[in-house]
Design a protein. Structure first.
Length: 366
């Protein structure tokens, strides 16, 4: 039994190898990132801020207030809303310091992807910034992103996103986990091999946007952001990470465990449609290690020595994870979240496995 247990432990430990390879490459990318300083508040670039929504009011009111109080010349940007609410959207953003250009474009089809496309088609700016309807931004958001674009002229810009601080334990655990996702997004982009992006904080040249989508299944309720990024990556386009606090987008944490699992399973459901090899290898390495740790804990019920192997795998996984999360926590001034790192690491293999399985079988909703 000891011989077979040792063999099984060794086999399980091999799952850490591809994960360590991916994460060490990510760490090297993070160390190459340089901070951007906004030196020009009004670049002269016409910008379109695109929002897709299916709300009747809600958080979009707060987002519109933030956009109405940008320090960027209000004559040089427009807000274009792809309205998937069936005409229920009510616009109210308080009294802006000056008039803003606002367009509401009814979605002729249904779903977030179609709403985004409708808004992009109606936009007039040479440069487009997308953001989700439940987000908040600072007054220098547009000027920071546009100045980075003016300086580097990339085809796509990936911006930092963080979860709001709702003061709950569950919220803080989500924030910490989200920092790891941001670390992978930033690090791989810095290596010129981006594997993730977030439509809540993304910008691109309008003339790069394919009018007919990206050849992905319309059964997927989301994902146009990452499929667009894959499209540009395949074309050899320049995709850059923007390291600047002024560019941070703050988005909502999941309200409860049910909505969190639903969100993560929705993200997982897109993986089967990816064709980008870097993204596939990263996703498989993460999924393989998480599932292997999960199986190791289950096997430990019958062979207690395997529990030690599961814990060793968890420690090995935690070393690069901690380096990546610390890098992002420092940038976002959230080092205190590291107190929750052991708990999140222990729970991650279990809920990651659950969301992967749900992503394969459950029907997703926006």
């Amino acid at each position: 039994m000891n011989g077979s247990g040792n063999y099984l432990s060794l086999l399980l430990l091999t799952a850490t190898i591809p994960y360590l390879f991916v994460m060490m490459k990510t760490i090297s990318g993070l160390h190459r990132i340089k901070k951007h300083t906004n030196k020009n508040y009004n670049t002269g670039i016409k910008v379109s801020v695109v929002i897709a929504t299916n709300r009747d009011a809600g958080q979009i009111t707060q987002l519109l207030y933030d956009l109405a109080h940008q320090d960027y010349d209000h004559n040089l940007f427009e807000i274009v809303i792809g309205d998937d609410s069936g005409g229920l959207l009510k616009i109210d953003y308080g009294t802006p310091p000056q008039e803003i250009i606002l367009k509401v474009v009814p979605n002729k089809a249904t779903g977030k992807k179609s709403a985004v496309r409708s808004a992009v088609r109606a936009s007039e700016g040479e440069f487009i910034i997308t953001i989700d309807d439940d987000c908040r931004v600072g007054p220098g958001w547009i000027s920071c992103i546009s100045s980075f674009y003016l300086e580097h002229h990339p085809d796509m810009i990936l911006c930092p996103v963080e979860l709001n601080d709702n003061k709950t334990l569950f919220g803080k655990m989500q924030q910490l986990e989200f920092l790891s996702l941001q670390g992978v997004t930033a690090g791989t982009a810095a290596n010129n091999r981006p594997v993730m992006c977030n439509g809540a904080g993304m910008a691109f040249r309008r003339n790069n946007y394919p009018e007919k989508g990206f050849g992905t299944s319309e059964a997927l309720v989301s994902g146009d952001d990452i499929f667009f990024m894959h499209h540009l990556k395949k074309c050899g386009s320049a995709i850059l990470w923007l390291e600047a606090k002024e560019a941070i987008v703050v988005t909502e944490s999941a309200a409860d465990i049910k909505s969190f699992i639903r969100q993560r399973s929705r993200w997982a459901s897109k993986a089967g449609s990816y064709k980008d090899m870097s993204t596939l290898f990263t996703g498989i390495s993460v999924a393989l290690l998480s599932f292997t740790i999960f199986l190791a804990f289950l096997a430990g019920i019958f062979n207690h020595r395997i529990i030690l192997t599961a814990l060793l795998m968890l420690v090995i996984k935690s070393i690069p994870d901690l380096i990546i999360i610390f890098n992002r926590a420092k940038f976002h001034d959230r080092e205190k979240l590291l107190l929750y790192f052991p708990l999140v690491q222990l729970l991650y293999p279990f809920y990651a496995t659950l969301t992967m399985l749900l992503g394969l079988f459950r029907k997703k909703k926006w």
